[in-house]
Design a protein around this ligand. Sequence first.
Ligand SMILES: [Zn+2]
Length: 246
Amino acid sequence: VKRDKERIESMREQIQLLIKLQQIDNESQRQESALSAIPQRLASLDGERREVDQAVWLAEQGLEALNRDYRDLERENKACEAQIAKSKVKLAAVKTNKEYQMSLKEIEDLEAKRSRIEDDVLRVLENIDEAKALLTKRKKESQNIKEQVAQDEREVAAEGRKIEENLARLAAERAALVGQVRSDVLAAFAMVKRRVGRGLTIAPVESAICRGCNVGIPPQLFNEIQRQDKLYHCPNCQRLVYWQGH
Ligand SMILES: [Zn+2]
């Protein structure tokens, strides 16, 4: 009877160790997946930085294109004025009425052209003002976002270091724990864990229901599980099961 009680006590302890081991494994998995998400998070922050650089670059390109348009129009305007001056000289030297009429028409056309050019110049100047305002806005946005990105990067990097610390601590806890688990118990745990993968390896049984698969445990087996004298498997999902106390 005494040996039986020792064995029960010992198996109860072993089950508690397995539950703790399972918690550590689950926590390690969570930490590992958080760690594996960090490069992607850093890449996405870097993407934000490149996006605002691109937006500033586009605004600069827009402004440069307008400045080129403005210089082109100024050149056209000068050329047009020169033509008008030339035509006026010509007008002063005409001999016939027909030539006079033609010359007048030429000047009229050139002046209409110059007027269109001047309208274009005004429109381009307005666009330049808008483009300058946009560039200022983009630069300001870029500065703000880059400051935010730099801060986020520092936080993500700190999070990564914290996770690595957690993982090292969990690994040490696991090693210490595994040293206390009987080799046959550990082997049974490892075998079930390999089969079920993620999720519960050792599942509580509550009100005669396996919480690993939510299927009822037959009454006879439920009685045996409550003895906690050895490892039991759920007949439905084959997980290790332990009695939750009710
Ligand atoms: Zn089950």
